[in-house]
Design a protein around this ligand. Structure first.
Ligand SMILES: Cc1ncc(C[n+]2csc(CCOP(=O)(O)OP(=O)(O)O)c2C)c(N)n1
Ligand code: SF4
Ligand SMILES: [Mg+2]
Length: 351
């Protein structure tokens, strides 16, 4: 079973936005992710952001790769266009679609495995080229869909569900995004919708490459060998009468904290991550200072959240390549196939 349709009936007096649409008009199918998964909170934040922006659903194209995170476009904006692509290729498909039709809002959803492992090259070139889109990585530090292997963003020293320690350095996607030239770079936490919804709205409004790294706990696969709640411990200390594996629903992890302050977030496996929300005085337009600040807080064991960098001097790929303003599917035969004379002239320029 890959999706469940939602019942169509709803309260007759639901609030409406400027287009006369309700929240329900921005929803998708019922989620089949694990109860409490951070990814569902991100879907809810996307729905809220699009509702509040009065975004016509038919103007949005949802792009994704493969993973629990990449499944989520099924659970929001059910009336929008969508393309669930191949593992790691979301940015590539989004780049091509963007060049063919610059009229749509491209909303790309990917995972840390999807973007930082198999899709790393695609991620890098999409950001480097300045594709006008919103690129969201739902970052849980594991390959959730394939049952909890380390991803390239997993912390050094973290323990996998098999009890193996991660010896490798994690990739910091926001630092890479700033380095690669993304003109809107932010980090959020799935459990802090007061911060996440405005970050997504800002990304949609931005006219260039907007990259969002959203920390999104995987409630199923962050159990470790030292924990008495881990599957391994229970298997060892359990007299099994049959071989069942049950995924119990877990509470969603949420946090509300003020600008400039830090908060410790305890995960279900007992590990703790420390989030720091940017202070009001932080200047996101200073690219070098942003990179230094992220590294400084990282060295102190903190994950900085908020709008980390914005550059209003946008270098959009379509603008640079001077592509047509008209979507290719609206051009006629004459424009799409200008004849051998036009090709001769192009070839002559290259001789
Ligand atoms: C070419 C290819 N290689 C490997 C896989 C197996 N695979 C599916 S999803 C996935 C990792 C997903 O991890 P992530 O992007 O972090 O998503 P999450 O499930 O954690 O949200 C892998 C390795 C695949 N589908 N295709
Ligand atoms: S396995 Fe992890 S990432 Fe996948 S749905 Fe379950 S909690 Fe979410
Ligand atoms: Mg992941």
């Amino acid at each position: 079973m890959t999706y469940l349709l939602k019942p169509k009936f709803h309260h007759p007096h639901l609030p409406k936005n400027g287009l006369g649409l309700t929240h329900r008009d921005y929803e998708g199918s019922v989620s089949t992710l694990c109860a409490g998964c951070g990814h569902d909170s991100i879907s809810a934040a996307i729905i809220q952001a699009c509702f509040e922006l009065d975004l016509p659903p038919h103007r949005v194209a949802k792009m994704s790769g493969i993973g629990c995170s990449s499944k989520t476009p099924t659970y929001f904006l059910g009336q929008s266009h969508g393309f669930n692509s191949v593992h790691g290729r979301m940015p590539t498909i989004a780049t091509g679609a963007n060049l063919a039709n610059r009229d749509l809002v491209y909303l790309g959803v990917s995972g840390d495995g999807d973007s930082a492992s198999i899709g790393l090259g695609h991620f890098a070139h999409c950001l480097r080229r300045g594709v006008k889109m919103v690129y969201i990585v739902e970052n849980n530090g594991v390959y959730g869909l394939t049952k909890g292997q380390f991803s390239a963003t997993a912390d050094r020293g973290s323990i996998s569900k098999g009890g193996v320690g991660n010896a490798d350095e994690p990739m910091d996607l926001v630092s890479m995004a700033i380095l690669l030239g993304a003109s809107y770079v932010a980090r959020g936490f799935s459990g802090d919708k007061h911060q996440l919804v405005p970050l997504i709205k800002g990304a949609i409004e931005h006219r260039g490459m907007a990259f969002l790294d959203v920390i999104s706990p995987c409630v199923a696969f962050n159990n470790h060998a030292g924990s008495t709640k881990s599957f391994d411990y229970v298997r060892e200390h359990n007299e099994a009468v049959n071989a069942l594996e049950v995924m119990l629903p877990r509470e969603e992890i949420t946090a509300e904290y003020a600008s400039g302050s830090a908060v410790d977030i305890a995960q279900h496996d007992g590990s703790v991550i420390r989030l720091r929300k940017l202070a009001e005085s932080y200047d996101p337009t200073d690219r070098l200072a942003a990179m230094a600040y992220i590294q400084e807080r990282r060295a102190a064991g903190e994950i900085v959240t908020g709008l980390l960098h914005i550059d209003e001097d946008i270098r959009d790929l379509n603008g640079r390549l001077n592509t047509t303003e008209t979507p290719l599917n609206s051009l006629g035969y004459e424009e799409l196939c200008p004849g051998s004379g036009a090709i001769e002239r192009i070839n002559a320029q290259l001789r």
